[in-house]
Each structure stands twice: as structure tokens, then as C-alpha cells.
Design a protein around this ligand. Structure first.
Ligand SMILES: NC(=O)c1ccc[n+]([C@@H]2O[C@H](COP(=O)([O-])OP(=O)(O)OC[C@H]3O[C@@H](n4cnc5c(N)ncnc54)[C@H](OP(=O)(O)O)[C@@H]3O)[C@@H](O)[C@H]2O)c1
Length: 321
């Protein structure tokens, strides 16, 4: 029997890959309402059609959100506020793989940062401020093994070194330069991705300190899941050489169902598990979820600085206000 009747989940970036599959798994787990987000009406309709096919009960609704556009995020939060009932699971899944060239939003935020962090920050803060998350809400943001720094070709920035060398020791200025990809930072697609996923870990650690008791926030990596749409913007080598090789080597990747299953697992964590980063065990990209504890994640000054910068560059949207 499904366990979660009457519960509502919101899944961002559910037009393909892990988000689409997670929405399906939430419905199959008995969620009474699964609200997916898509960047356009057309993508929303296509995703809804896939989700509804073969299912008798229709629990799906769609919301148009472009996380690159903070006004669009605020409008989506207003739409959610206008409906009855609270949200039990907020799955902040949307994200993009490293892109060949730097791309920035109209607000001057680097695209990987916008899709993973700043858009999700605004959405989460608005929902919290409006009291739309239930007392035991589970907030889950997509992480990546790349943030660990032990995965080939991906290195998150050493923020203390960067700040000391180029920003007179000022963590906030260093973080903002990374988020806006400003000189003297040099763009390296994979390292920017790893850095932004490390930012997600700091963000969750800081938000966990602020949430009311009972509500949790965790970062969950879906693990190495090459059969999504994720590599479509990736540099040539990643898309046409690395990803196909990863698909072929046993143990180097798992299915989209396995990847999304990790999110589902995290929806069932108790209230004591919050502010954590869960991913494959060190040096692995698949297998059971482990709590990752590494020195570069446990950096309270960086967590606070990241929070302050995220709040500042999203126009002062923080929590509590
Ligand atoms: N696949 C993996 O091996 C892997 C490993 C670790 C972590 N992850 C993480 O898992 C998450 C899902 O990735 P995936 O592999 O399933 O990729 P995917 O198939 O490309 O799905 C990404 C989803 O995010 C949406 N999205 C991207 N940027 C957005 C924006 N600015 N505003 C709104 N929606 C946006 C996409 O919408 P559009 O269709 O409109 O672009 C799509 O629905 C990402 O956060 C990724 O970093 C993936």
C-alpha cells in the first residue's frame, strides 16, 4: 500500500531525467498531489503527458518556472500560495551540467549557480515566508559527488585559499565573484559545477540552522546517472567521450530509477537528519547513500558567507526575514 496519501510534493526540473522519474516515483508512493515545474508550457504539457500515461489516478499538476529569472520564481511561489494545503516535500532537483562557455542570467548570475542555487533559494524562502511548508516538510536539493573533490576531472574551489590570495581574505567577495564569474576567476566548467554543488551543501547546512524543528533540509546526490538529458550542454569531451565510457563500465553508473530512488529515500529521513550531504561513498559514483563528512563542507564561516551572498544577490530574500 502507498504510504503517503494526502501528501503534496513539488519537484523542480521535472521535464526529463531524474526530476521526471522522481515525480513518477512520488505518485507511485501514494502522494496525493505532485506538482512539477518546467520552464515552458510546452515542456510542462509534454512531461504531464508522460507522467499520466499508464496511471489511472492523475495526481500531477505543472507550474512554469525559469530559475534563471527570479521574477518567474516569485510568481510561481505566488501560484503555490493561492492553492489549498501545504507542501510536504520540496525537491529542488533542477540543475544543469557544466556548460562549455560561461552563460549568465539577466541578473548577471552564472547559469550553473542560477539553476542550482539562487532560483531554488528564492523559491524556498518564499514558500517558508508564506507558511506553505508543512511542519515536517522535507527539503531536498540535488547535490553531486563532484563536490567531494575526489572524483576525476572535478575540483571544487578552495574558498579559503581563493579569498586569501585574491580577495584580501574576504569570503563573501570571493563567493560573489564565483557566482557572477567575475575576474580574476577563470571559468572551468567542471570545477564551477563542483563548486556550485559544494555551495548547495553550505546552503543546506546554513538553512538547517534556521528551519523550525521538525522540518529538514538535506543535499542528496542522485549519483552517476548518464541516461538523463543532463549532458546535452556539456563540453564535447564530456558528452561524447566520458559519458559513453561511464555508461559501459560496470559500477560506474546506475539507472534513472536508482538515481531518483535516492531522493525518495531521503523523503523518509527522520527529523534528526538535517543539514547533511548524502552521496555515494568516497571515490564512488553509485551504491548506497552515505553521509559525506569532509573538511571543505564543514566550514561554518563559508556557510554563513554563502548564505549572506545568496540573500544579497537575490534581492534580500532571506529567512527568517
Ligand atoms: N545525471 C547525473 O549523473 C547527475 C549526477 C549528480 C547530480 N545530478 C543532478 O541531478 C539534477 C537533475 O539532472 P538530470 O541529470 O536529470 O538532468 P536533466 O535531464 O537535464 O534534467 C534537468 C532538469 O532541470 C531543468 N532546469 C535546468 N535549468 C533550469 C532553469 N534555469 N530553470 C528551470 N529548470 C531548469 C531542466 O529543464 P529544461 O528541460 O528546460 O532544461 C530539466 O527539467 C541536476 O541538479 C544535476 O546536477 C545529476
Amino acid at each position: 500500500m502507498p504510504e503517503h496519501t494526502n501528501r503534496t510534493a513539488v519537484v523542480t526540473g521535472a521535464t526529463s531525467g531524474l526530476g521526471l522519474e522522481a515525480a513518477a516515483q512520488l505518485a507511485d508512493a501514494g502522494y496525493a498531489s505532485v506538482i512539477i515545474t518546467a520552464r515552458t508550457e510546452g515542456k510542462a504539457e509534454a512531461a504531464l503527458a508522460k507522467l499520466r500515461a499508464g496511471r489511472t489516478a492523475d495526481v500531477f499538476q505543472a507550474l512554469t518556472v525559469d530559475l534563471d529569472d527570479l521574477a518567474s520564481v516569485a510568481s510561481a511561489a505566488d501560484v503555490l500560495a493561492a492553492r489549498d494545503g501545504q507542501i510536504d516535500v520540496l525537491l529542488l532537483n533542477a540543475g544543469i551540467a557544466p556548460t562549455n562557455r560561461v552563460r549568465k542570467t539577466a541578473d548577471g548570475i552564472e547559469a550553473t549557480t542560477a539553476a542550482t542555487l539562487t532560483g531554488h533559494h528564492v523559491l524556498t524562502m518564499r514558500l517558508l515566508e508564506a507558511g506553505l511548508l508543512s511542519d515536517r516538510a522535507r527539503i531536498i536539493i540535488a547535490g553531486s559527488e563532484a563536490a567531494r573533490g575526489d572524483f576525476p576531472m572535478f575540483k571544487p574551489i578552495d574558498i579559503d585559499n581563493l579569498a586569501a590570495e585574491d580577495f584580501d581574505g574576504d569570503l563573501e567577495t570571493a563567493i560573489e565573484a564565483l557566482m557572477r564569474m567575475q575576474a580574476p576567476i577563470k571559468y572551468h566548467p567542471n570545477n564551477q559545477y563542483a563548486t556550485v554543488k559544494m555551495f548547495a551543501v553550505w546552503w543546506a547546512a546554513e538553512l538547517a540552522k534556521k528551519l523550525p524543528r521538525g522540518m529538514t533540509v538535506n543535499v542528496v546526490s542522485p549519483g552517476s546517472t548518464p541516461a538523463t538529458n543532463g549532458a546535452r550542454n556539456a563540453p564535447f569531451l564530456m558528452r561524447w567521450v566520458i559519458v559513453p565510457i561511464v555508461k559501459l563500465i560496470p559500477g560506474m553508473s546506475h539507472t534513472v530509477s536508482d538515481g531518483a530512488g535516492r531522493y525518495l529515500q531521503a523523503t523518509k529521513f527522520g527529523p534528526e537528519r538535517t543539514g547533511q550531504f548524502l552521496a555515494s561513498k568516497p571515490k564512488k559514483g553509485t551504491g548506497p547513500l552515505h553521509t559525506i563528512e569532509m573538511e571543505h563542507f564543514d566550514n561554518p564561516a563559508a556557510q554563513q558567507a554563502l548564505w549572506n551572498v545568496t540573500t544579497k544577490i537575490t534581492g534580500g530574500v532571506g529567512y527568517p526575514a
